[in-house]
Design a protein around this ligand. Sequence first.
Ligand code: PEP
Ligand code: MN
Length: 278
Amino acid sequence: MVTLTAVSTSTARAPLVIPGSIVDVAGHRFGSGSLAMIAGPCSVVSLEQTLRVARKLASHDITMLRGGAFKPRTDPSRFQGLGERGLAILGEVKAATGLAIVTELLDVRHLEAVLGVADLVQIGARNMHNAELLKEVGRCGCPVLLKRGLAATIDETLGALDYIRAQGNTRVVLCERGIRTFETAYRFTLDLAAVPILQERAGVPVLVDPSHAPGRRDLVARLSKAAIAVGADGLIVEVDERPEAALSDGPQQLRIEDFGEYIADVSRIAVAEGRELQ
Ligand code: PEP
Ligand code: MN
């Protein structure tokens, strides 16, 4: 674990668990000091697409695949994800590749189906304030990736985390994915200072999503490197085979053929920081 010396100016909330906890997800030890890498498409669109991306990621030693089956879209007329069919595809890809699966849970009604395939259940930014959903994943005891809300303060993020932990589930990893500010030149403002503050105050591993914040693929490597330098416990990055044809978040997704170069690039900063890629 990296040593953190950031000083919090707020004393509003005491963490429920001791700082520095390690969260085990299918043998991946988040918060153990090495850098966790989760990669994959924004949306699962077909078995062929997901399998091809997964195999290429595996060839770069990636062991955790992200992919959305249930998609929280701003515009209800846009692609909403393949739903249960998407989960089935993730299940097939998991069986074929052995990759651990990270996928989003949008609704308590889908919990059982999501748990059937997910090694790490993602609660997305738009659901960070959904208390009933948080309680449910708290009760199920499954590993949870909780993303900070679009306009959530640190205290509100810690409140959401405590909804889960209050049910006895301490297997939670947080994720800074950019917040809404006055700035409109890019999609969201990546709040890197939140990383050490959340690590210190929550006592759980904190990942960074360098894809949703800028909304532009050309900034993903730079923000990833900044995240590593600030001490993030890992990255969750979007990558697809034909992002220009993607049904969601095309402009921010890395091209799979560029992924090797991306990994080599971010690895240089990881090595400089004395961190190993998991
Ligand atoms: C995602 O990771 O697929 C996603 C929708 O992210 P967020 O909840 O951070 O917008
Ligand atoms: Mn996305």
